[in-house]
Design a protein around this ligand. Structure first.
Ligand code: CP
Length: 330
């Protein structure tokens, strides 16, 4: 008996209907911030800005009508997962949400490549969060549809870094010339790994403030040093607070510690209070990717320099831009 041959059109890597194949980022994976040039960022932020205007004017529109996003999360998430859902739905698309892989066939032992190849049979783009560094790159090796890295272990969180940079631009009007101080768990905090790399495309000064065992990974410091980025490391905030334009605070990543006593020793090493903010510039912003635990007290929330809730909203516009771009609609 003749073997079944799938019709040729099913083997096309992307749905062709109405997509702009010449659009920048069409069909591309978003795995690491290292794939972006400064021109790319200007383009992404331009699209994100337009998305913001559109949401403010009309709330939702049908740019991605008929497109489907698979949101595949092997780790907990509030902001990244829900903002990608909101982004897709505001663009008229729909979402397959696998927020708890324990309810999927992953618990039966299904591999990441098989899970990805299954989901791309149903969806046009896959957003993946995974506890292992390199998982998004592995998934991209097997996927014909775009994979967007939503955090791979202590590796990278590129869409967070994009929204962080967009926040800085929207709030302070520029990135060039700024002093950015990163504070907290710089070893396991993937958001600061991605953000430091993205900032190296601009004329910035970077300060790293952390306990000695949670310093920025040496390979990232070396990478930025080779690009001529001025960097300095401290174990106290006081020496650099007054010169800081952006104070980027991170949570100590409890889930990445092998030894719980080591976590207990550093979990509240730095706490931002109104008294700390009194020593900072009048025109600066305080950022945090969230969730926060001990690092910023709630009294700080009323300070207009506290940008972290606005930062979450900027994430919606950046993720709308990315979905539209990889699906050839921007
Ligand atoms: N910033 C961030 O990644 O938050 P979630 O873990 O809630 O997605």
């Amino acid at each position: 008996m003749a073997r079944f041959q799938p019709p040729q059109r099913y083997s096309s890597p992307h749905l062709p209907f109405g997509d702009r194949r010449d659009a920048p980022f069409y069909g591309r994976h978003i795995i690491s911030v290292r794939q972006f040039s400064r021109d790319d960022l200007t383009y992404i932020f331009g699209v994100a800005h337009e998305m913001r205007e559109m949401v403010m004017r009309i709330g939702a529109f049908d740019l991605l009508k008929g497109k489907i996003l698979a949101n595949l999360f092997y780790e907990p998430s509030t902001r990244t997962a829900s903002s990608f859902v909101a982004a897709m739905e505001r663009l008229g698309g729909s979402v397959i949400a696998i927020n708890e892989v324990r309810y999927s066939s992953v618990t039966k032992g299904e591999s990441l490549p098989d899970t990805v190849r299954t989901l791309e049979a149903y969806a046009d783009v896959i957003v993946l969060r995974h506890p292992q560094q390199g998982a998004a790159a592995l998934a991209a090796k097997y996927a014909r549809k775009p994979i967007i890295n939503a955090g791979d272990g202590a590796g990278e969180h590129p869409t967070q870094a994009l929204l962080d940079l967009f926040t800085i631009r929207e709030e302070l009007g520029t990135v060039d010339g700024l002093t950015v101080t990163m504070l907290g768990d710089l070893r396991y905090g993937r958001t600061v790994h991605s953000l430091a790399r993205l900032l190296s495309l601009y004329r910035v000064r970077l300060n790293y403030v952390s306990p000695p065992n949670l310093r920025m990974p040496r390979e990232i410091v070396a990478e930025l040093e080779a690009k001529g980025v001025p960097q300095a490391e401290y174990d106290r905030l006081e020496p650099v607070l007054a010169e800081t334009d952006v104070l980027y605070v991170t949570r100590v990543q409890k889930e990445r510690f092998d030894d719980p006593t080591e976590y207990e020793q550093v979990k509240d090493a730095f706490v931002i209070t109104p008294q700390v903010m009194a020593q900072a510039k009048e025109r600066m912003i305080l950022m945090h990717p969230f969730p926060r635990v001990y690092e910023i007290t709630e009294e700080v929330d009323a300070d207009p320099r506290a940008a972290y809730f606005r930062q979450m909203e900027y994430g919606l516009y950046v993720r709308m831009a990315l979905l539209a771009m990889v699906l050839g609609k921007a």
